[in-house]
Design a binder for this molecule. Structure first.
Ligand code: HEC
Length: 137
């Protein structure tokens, strides 16, 4: 009886330790909040991934890297490091991608190092760059 109690206690403590290790500050997990109403319903028009590549190379590679892995030279010093765009293209909605690129990281409760591009790029070009991000492998 006593032995069972101690075994259960050990199991409980070990489980707690494992849960803490995985849940706390793992770094890899990203919380994406939902876009506000004016962005939530956005869907991509027909977009030009080739045009998006030019825009990406000029504006995004420095931080996000050629393949979008978040490993560009200017991104290395940032904390948090720039997002992995291959993962983002799989996990996030078009509306989310359009929102964070347009309004910047701060608006989306993310890093302010991710700038707002709505004054820099046209809406069509933001959709083009999203189309290009989806081709990254
Ligand atoms: C100065 C460096 C920098 C540049 C340049 C930059 N970004 Fe970012 N970007 C970031 C950082 C840092 C984050 C991560 C913010 C976070 O995790 O809080 C981010 C996040 C993102 C995300 C969200 C990723 C996710 O997983 O949810 C997208 C999408 C994105 N950037 C696209 C772009 C595009 C497209 C461009 C070019 C038009 C660009 N970024 C240019 C630094 C940059």
């Amino acid at each position: 009886m006593k032995k069972t109690f101690w075994s259960l206690l050990v199991v409980a403590i070990l489980s707690a330790l494992v849960l803490t290790a995985c849940g706390g500050g793992g770094g890899a997990s990203i919380t994406r909040v939902d876009p506000p109403a004016d962005y939530a319903s956005k869907t991509s028009p027909a977009a030009d991934a080739a045009a998006g590549q030019t825009i990406y190379t000029q504006n995004c590679t420095s931080c996000h890297g050629d393949a979008g892995l978040g490993d560009g030279p200017a991104g290395a010093a940032l904390d948090p490091v720039p997002g992995n765009l291959q993962t983002a293209a799989k996990e996030a909605s078009d509306a989310y991608l359009f929102w964070i690129i347009s309004e910047g990281g701060a608006a989306a409760s993310r890093s302010a190092s991710m700038a707002a591009y709505k004054g820099v790029l046209s809406e069509a070009d933001i959709w083009n760059v999203i189309a290009y991000i989806k081709t990254l492998k």
